[in-house]
Write a protein that binds this ligand. Structure first.
Ligand SMILES: Cc1cc2nc3c(=O)[nH]c(=O)nc-3n(C[C@H](O)[C@H](O)[C@H](O)COP(=O)(O)OP(=O)(O)OC[C@H]3O[C@@H](n4cnc5c(N)ncnc54)[C@H](O)[C@@H]3O)c2cc1C
Length: 252
């Protein structure tokens, strides 16, 4: 079958933080780069929000920090933890020898939209949303490109270099037979939201009580909350019902 074929210098599968930052760096260095992202936008609630001092240092070195800081609606130089009803100072960033000695909170989609806007200022940057890598194209044993699927068509992009930034369930990794090294994490995080009262500036991030643990990430008008649970423990929480779950959350 004759498919339409395009060419670029570097082809990146996946517009998460890895793909978008790499795309930005290459375009800034004058390299033609195409990033393909299977979703139509960056809006996915399951991703975390903390931007660490070292990341802000990177943003500073890239000349992006001043424009990025206003995206952070919450900053904390100390993270408070509440254990059995008593609040303690947790990690303290204030003495870090870095441009921003604090942790910032930005929904990941805001950061990715920001990076997309910045990368688009370079003529060699091409971001294709709603475009999924479905297979690798090989030539003489080397990966030479990707077969791409958009809403309209399936086509090929050939490139000098193909980079797999397509996350945990990487299609490219499967197509290239790379094995996953499972390290066995003993916990899951159960995510939900609660309304955030106005004026909550002295926020406490971690809450521990009776073997339960909550992480409360502040956003404009709500908390994004993770309950840390035993790996695979969600079914038994569901079996106990919503009222029991609510009462555990309230008590912690
Ligand atoms: C619940 C949760 C909370 C987290 N909290 C934090 C936090 O607070 N702070 C922090 O720094 N990190 C946090 N992380 C980790 C952080 O989200 C990841 O480290 C980061 O997203 C990894 O970036 P990535 O670009 O490698 O992959 P991903 O973010 O997974 O991006 C991969 C991208 O590739 C796209 N894609 C997948 N398959 C294809 C395909 N076939 N073709 C085209 N596109 C494809 C996906 O749609 C996605 O956009 C959290 C992660 C989770 C799951």
């Amino acid at each position: 079958m004759n498919r339409r074929t395009e060419r670029t210098t570097c082809l990146i599968a996946g517009g998460g933080p890895a793909g978008m930052f790499l795309g930005f760096l290459l375009a800034r260095a004058g390299v033609s780069v195409t990033v393909i992202e299977k979703h139509a936008d960056f809006l996915r609630d399951f991703r975390g929000d903390t931007i660490h001092p070292s990341t802000m240092q990177n943003l500073h070195e890239l000349g992006l920090l001043d424009e990025c800081l206003p995206l952070m609606d919450f900053r904390a130089n100390k993270l408070k933890v509440n254990i059995n009803g008593q609040t303690f100072d947790g990690p303290d960033f204030s003495d870090f020898d870095t441009k921003c000695p604090f942790m910032g909170f930005v929904p990941q989609w805001d950061l990715l939209n920001f990076m997309a806007e910045k990368a688009a200022q370079y003529p060699g940057f091409d971001l294709r949303m709603s475009t999924k890598a479905v297979d690798v194209i090989r030539d003489g044993g080397r990966v030479r490109g990707l077969r791409c699927e958009s809403d309209e068509e399936t086509y090929d992009i050939h490139a000098d270099l193909v980079v797999a930034c397509d996350g945990r369930g990487s299609t490219i990794r499967q197509c290239t037979d790379h094995a996953v090294d499972e390290v066995g994490i003993p916990i899951d995080a159960l995510w939900f939201q609660l309304a955030r009262p106005e004026g909550d500036r002295g926020h406490t991030l971690g809450w521990l009580k009776n073997g339960n643990m909550l992480i409360t990430i502040p956003r404009h008008d709500h908390y994004q909350i993770a309950m840390v649970i035993r790996k695979g423990g969600f079914d038994s929480i569901r079996a106990m019902g919503l009222e029991a779950f609510r009462s555990t959350v309230a008590s912690v």
